[in-house]
Design a protein around this ligand. Structure first.
Ligand code: PLP
Length: 407
């Protein structure tokens, strides 16, 4: 079933992409999350950068990058899901109507007093934990954040510095760290706020995915009527990719873009699950090492897995070299294009795209030509500054996220 392979890259092409899966994340869900995000003092849409020189060089219509490197000052899209899900949970805990509330509701001292007693727990490979820590501070709550073995000290510290959390590195892999957090939640009366779902734990992850839709919604309005032919999305557990894919497929119904999913080879749980061919999500065991820290997850998210299984046209398992190439190409763009700051998880889709664009065979396989409008999401900034400097040889361009040329 693998349609193409070469050292460092495996591709599954879903020829007759089944169009049966429901699209559970649409404009309706995005509307509620967007209304909440707009009430946050730190909210501003992130830029949609146009890499027009690169597009010209490679003979495609457009290469557009939704650049999340500056989101909320925490350098990743993840705060969208952390904050919106925390809002929904707190509304429930405090018996507030989410339709009649937003962040301003939580500025009331009496409400803040009640929030102060609420504690959250989560497992993270970095960015989600940072979003949860940041959101906990916003709402006046507290969070406990656990990272899998091998997580860098820079990522751990960044979580504590982002807001109100105690962050610890475990000696477990990501999946086992999630299990630990579920247990700690039970034992301590903490609320598990996890960005992946399994049977019996779906409501909170669904809110997290809904939070991510603000990013997709912003991108559509910034496209100003253009319809992408290809959307490249990176997957860890696939919550973001499945949510965004659902949103784009529904929003562009009748002119659906091809959805291309990229994962690190060692932790390609969506890829391996599709490959298994039995319709079920499977776990990739072991302690994978990859510079794509945010994508280093072993089990697909239950609420978005059916979308990725049935509606993605291409699934790609990529070596770290693709992420490194993407980071360098974003940092040192073709003359005139805006530089983009990114780490491995954010940049892998660009490294993959460039590789495809340089191969006649792959261009044909992906149906890429002069009219293609390719949308990528740079999901993070220099979330590991040491790694950013090592790979790109560049110091990050602070604040450049807001200066990208709009489409
Ligand atoms: C920067 C970055 N990009 C992409 C992802 C993937 O998101 P998901 O786990 O929902 O697939 C993550 C997850 O942590 C991330 O941190």
């Amino acid at each position: 079933m693998i349609s193409y392979s070469e050292p460092g890259l495996e591709i599954i092409r879903q020829e007759l992409c089944r169009k049966t899966a429901e699209l559970p994340f649409t404009e309706k869900e995005a509307e509620s999350a967007g209304r909440f995000h707009m009430s946050l003092p730190a909210y501003a849409p992130t830029a949609l950068a146009s890499l027009s020189r690169a597009a010209k060089r490679y003979g495609v219509g457009a290469i557009l990058v939704k650049d999340e490197s500056s989101r909320f000052g925490i350098k990743a899209f993840k705060g969208l899901g952390g904050s919106y899900s925390m809002f929904r949970i707190l509304c429930e805990e405090l018996s507030l109507d989410p339709g009649a509330s937003d962040f301003t509701t939580f500025l009331d001292p009496k409400i803040r007093e009640r929030c102060a007693g609420i504690e959250f727990v989560t497992a993270t490979d970095g960015n989600h934990g940072k979003g949860v820590s940041w959101a906990a501070k916003l709402f006046g709550c507290r969070a406990h954040v656990y990272l899998p073995a091998g997580s860098s000290e820079a990522r751990r510290r960044a979580i504590e510095e982002a807001g109100e959390a105690e962050a610890r590195v475990t000696d477990l892999n990501y999946d086992r760290t999630v299990e630990l957090c579920a247990k700690l939640a039970e034992e301590n009366g903490w609320i598990l706020i996890q960005d992946t779902s399994w049977e019996g734990y779906e409501r909170i992850p669904r809110w997290i995915v809904e939070g991510y839709l603000t990013m997709a919604e912003e991108a559509v309005s910034q496209l100003e009527g253009k319809v992408p032919t290809h959307v490249f999305l990176q997957a860890g557990v696939g919550a973001m990719a499945g949510g965004a894919a659902s949103y784009f497929l529904k929003r562009f119904e009748g002119r659906e873009p091809l959805i291309v999913i990229a994962e690190p080879t060692e932790a390609a749980c969506v890829f391996r699950s599709v490959l298994a061919g039995d319709g079920r999500a499977h776990t990739v065991e072991g302690d994978p090492l990859t510079i794509m820290a945010g994508l280093n997850c072993g089990t697909p998210c239950g609420v978005t897995w059916p979308v990725l299984r049935d509606r993605s046209s291409f699934l790609c398992a990529c070596a770290d070299s693709f992420a490194e190439r993407g980071m360098r190409a974003y940092a040192h763009p073709a003359g005139g294009d805006p530089p983009i700051v990114s780490c491995g998880s954010g940049a892998v889709t660009y490294g993959l795209l460039l590789h495809i664009l340089e191969s006649e065979r792959l261009r044909e396989m992906f149906g890429i030509g002069a009219d293609s409008v390719i949308l990528l999401v740079n999901t993070e900034g220099d979330t590991d500054p040491g790694e950013y400097a090592r790979v790109t040889g560049a110091a990050p361009h602070r604040g450049q996220g807001g200066q990208n040329s709009k489409v």
